[in-house]
Design a protein around this ligand. Sequence first.
Ligand code: GDP
Length: 363
Amino acid sequence: MNKDKNPHSALSVSKGIEQPESVNKGAAERIRSARKSPSTAAYVEGILAGNRTVLSQAITLIESSLDAHQGIAQEIIEKCLPFSGNSMRIGITGVPGVGKSTFIESFGRHLTSLGKKLAVLAIDPSSERSGGSIMGDKTRMELLSTDPSAFIRPSPSGGSLGGVARKTRESIILCEAAGFDTVFIETVGVGQSETAVHSMVDFFLLLMLAGAGDELQGIKRGIMEMADMIAINKADGNNIEKANIARAEYQNALHLFPPSPSGWIPKVLTCSAQKNQGIEDIWKNILDFKSMTGVNGYFNQRRNEQSKYWMYETINDQLKRQFYGDTEIQRAAANFEKKVLANRVSSFVAAGELISLFNQRMK
Ligand code: GDP
């Protein structure tokens, strides 16, 4: 969990004696990890047995940028896929300070007290830059992190939002195969990452505050539109009345949005994550959603659409990586850039030429 740790450290079994520096560090690293890491079958077996150390190690492989690790990770995912899918995936978003970690702790503990097994994952593409703004430090969710029925994993760090999101989506599969029946995906409600979370969850919960004003909360209309529920947090002390007014206002605002294809009318509820109030009602509402969308087919339809979306996302991602990672293309692109800037060739012709070159390179 410690983000300062070497992400591959979970794979090193023993240090051994000091070796002279290798002339080919990449190859040495690949050989070393292939030799020392457990086999794919051992990973899969460990995950299916619910072994969280193995689960953590497998997620580390998903998050690794080494090709050798990616290869094993993809095999593990393939093998775990038939055992995945049996969870309620819940996205939780809201601006910093709204009380996400307090809420996840309170809500998460409520669920584990009901016998649920909870995995908490996150999407925070800024985590490397900001030094781990969400779920980076251990003081958050202190009780939940020691709860034997909960598994908390910070956001994969670094890379594009698409890359971080893909890793989190793949981690969901492993968590489900390991027996977690409820998965939370946390994200900071300030930008694009909500869309990524929405594309991998069954239920999207937006946490808000009373009396802060939409602009102040940085919540865009589009994000409210994605929400399956809005919970006004910090409805405690002398904030209760304000929270109730905000609830009525948001409920009215939601009525103005076009009806959701699920047939579900999102509710606005109030809660106090700190005082554990309103938490039970939130869960009941999520269960209502699950049963309604289970009956009308929307639950599966949304998942199918998400699977399609991720297929194309992965294609886009890989094509881009191949294209921009090719040294010939890089050289040619630098040349074309100069020609475009000197008005010797149009942007479109340059793009076409580069793509033709790429096609030739792929033959
Ligand atoms: P996050 O940045 O969204 O994860 O928010 P945190 O969970 O870290 O909470 C931000 C601050 O709000 C902390 O000081 C919490 O103690 C406080 N807080 C969170 N939930 C509640 C609540 O329900 N009521 C009150 N009064 N304070 C809360």
